[in-house]
Design a protein around this ligand. Structure first.
Ligand SMILES: [Zn+2]
Length: 116
């Protein structure tokens, strides 16, 4: 995409002149602001998933950070593409699953002991 230096009208890559004012001073724009916002969101979800995954190793007894880790990591995995958030999201997701099943089992055993 190109932006006219004269009137700020957006034109296609191939255009030689501005369709609005006819100026030939067109500046090439490499990144669109939409893509930047999207990648930032993806990384935030993936990063939140990983942090929650690590937190659930310590506070996993409560089962809350584990479940949140799975939720955020899944969100990060869904929207991650070429942005590099996939590794973070995967790590958070695996940690969430492991700590949830571990502490879930611990709670089940504790409940069984309490009942018996
Ligand atoms: Zn123009």
């Amino acid at each position: 995409m190109k932006i006219c230096e004269n009137c700020n009208t957006k034109t296609e890559d191939g255009a030689a002149f501005c369709p609005h004012c006819g100026s030939d001073k067109l500046n090439l724009v490499t990144t669109s602001p939409q893509v930047e916002t999207k990648s930032e969101k993806t990384n935030n979800s993936a990063l939140a998933g990983l942090i929650l995954g690590i937190a659930s190793c310590i506070f996993g007894l409560l089962l809350i950070p584990n479940i949140l880790a799975i939720v955020y990591s899944r969100r990060g995995l869904k929207s991650s593409g070429e942005n590099g958030g996939k590794g973070l999201a995967t790590a958070g997701f695996v940690l969430g699953i492991i700590t949830t099943s571990y502490w879930g089992l611990m709670w089940a055993i504790a409940l069984l002991i309490a009942v018996i």
